[in-house]
Design a protein around this ligand. Sequence first.
Ligand SMILES: [Zn+2]
Length: 168
Amino acid sequence: MRQIDTIVIHCSDTPNGRWVTVDDIDVWHEQRGFRRNVTLMGRNQPRLKHIGYHFVIYAAGAVIIGRGLDEVGAHVKNHNLTSVGICMIGRDQFDLLQWAALRKNVLSLLETFPGARIVGHRDLSPDLNGNGVIEQVEHIKKCPCFDVSAWLAGNMQPLDGHIFNEVA
Ligand SMILES: [Zn+2]
């Protein structure tokens, strides 16, 4: 197993409540030129040749594997080698089951990788090396559109203002 010291949370940046799947993400990541290592992908979603995240959390809380943990992800510039990427489907509001699944997913990863830090994509500057290359500036600046440190401080409970409610 590769060394993992960071858990990075993302959002799909798609309209809240829209159904989006790992197959959709695979297409987007193909367009961005991401490609999985065929040898390492093994039996983890072999039909998905491009998806960059390790986990995707759907509305209603299903957690779908993208890449296996042994595979280096493609989700956060300069931090892929030692991180795991989790993507919440939605823009800035997620339903209660999604929030619960995120909590469970992160706690489970912490059991496997004790001491790993947990951050949002936006907490990791894409341009720490100063090379001037910043992709999808607006997306990276906001992703995952909630404050991960506040979520951690609140014992990983759903954050006010970020709870999707179908009937609202
Ligand atoms: Zn992101």
